[in-house]
Design a protein around this ligand. Structure first.
Ligand code: MN
Length: 314
């Protein structure tokens, strides 16, 4: 399993020094790669300096996640002001160039400001086609990278333009480029009241699952709780489908330790995902598939509780 974690969990411990944060992350057993945020993680060090640190620490850069700040508060690619939309595109091209320096392969796009708060506020078709046009142009600018759309139903905006697995796959389909796909975030799926495994399977079946963010929550907010702590059965199902589709990208812990010691929290995520993975392996994909084929809730419940009788050596 390629496991990645959220660098921002560590930054408060090290006065925001990204190099020191990477050093701490590299010492956590099980974490093999990192996703860095662009441009915020590159404000004090160059891409070359960060690349050298990653090499020295023997951690791999999975890719970069775009972070659009206040300039884009009224929208990124879909901004009604085309000059600002162009700025968003320029930032993405810089991120693609930086991603190549690090040897990363995935550029994650969360368009948190492309959306609306009021009825009649946005020309939906105009915003939609503008987003489509820019993501297509980015895919053509960086055919060597995977451009992955991470959707979230709301927050920053009351409604996001791309808010669900359905709309993300519609956008991906309209863009029609090999290198454009989806990053699913477990908490975001709960917020949309999607069952995470279902959305995951739709993207994976189409060969469009480019990124996985795992965490847990109660569904109303992006709680970013530790893996498997609230909705364990759904997390087990999510992991089953990751294995069924032989997902070989990184699984990124998108959790927010606020009161928890961050390194201990990351270690617990690693431990949890190893236990969940081991439970699925011990039951066996074929056995689970047989249970799914029965389409019978009582069989599923028996299978779930039989997991508590298994021994886990992790
Ligand atoms: Mn996420």
């Amino acid at each position: 399993m390629k496991l990645a974690t959220r660098i921002n969990s560590i930054l408060p411990k090290v006065d925001g020094d990204i190099i020191k944060a990477l050093e701490i992350v590299s010492e956590i057993d099980g974490i093999t790669c990192v996703d860095l945020n662009y441009p915020e993680h590159f404000s004090n060090y160059s891409a070359d300096e960060i690349n050298k640190t990653l090499k020295d620490l023997n951690i791999h850069a999975n890719g970069l996640a775009l972070r659009f700040r206040n300039h884009f508060i009224n929208g990124e690619f879909g901004n009604n002001n085309k000059l600002i939309a162009e700025d968003a595109f320029t930032l993405c091209k810089e991120a693609a160039d930086t991603c190549r320096v690090l040897g990363g392969k995935v550029l994650t796009l969360w368009l948190g400001f492309d959306g609306f708060d009021y009825p009649f506020q946005v020309d939906y078709q105009k915003a939609w086609s503008q987003v489509r046009e820019y993501v297509t142009a980015l895919a053509d600018y960086a055919p060597d990278l995977q451009i992955s759309i991470e959707y979230k139903p709301y927050q920053e905006r009351s409604y996001a333009l791309i808010d669900s697995i359905g709309l993300t796959l519609l956008m991906v389909n309209e863009i029609n480029r090999e290198n454009v796909g989806v990053t699913v975030d477990y908490c975001h799926m709960l917020m949309k009241r999607e069952n995470p495994a279902y959305g995951l399977s739709l993207a994976a079946e189409k060969g469009k699952l480019f990124g996985v963010h795992i965490n847990d929550g109660y569904g109303t907010h992006d709680d970013g709780l530790m893996v498997g702590t609230v909705s364990l059965m759904q997390t087990l199902e999510f992991m089953y489908y990751l294995k069924k589709y032989n997902y070989d990208g990184a699984i990124y812990f998108d959790t927010f330790p606020i009161r928890e010691e961050p390194v201990a929290e990351i270690r617990q995520n690693v431990k949890a995902i190893r236990i969940i993975s081991s439970l699925i392996d011990q039951l066996g994909l074929a056995e689970i598939e047989k249970t799914v084929e029965k389409n019978d809730a009582i069989s599923v419940n028996k299978m779930f509780f039989s997991m508590f009788e298994l021994k886990v050596n992790k």
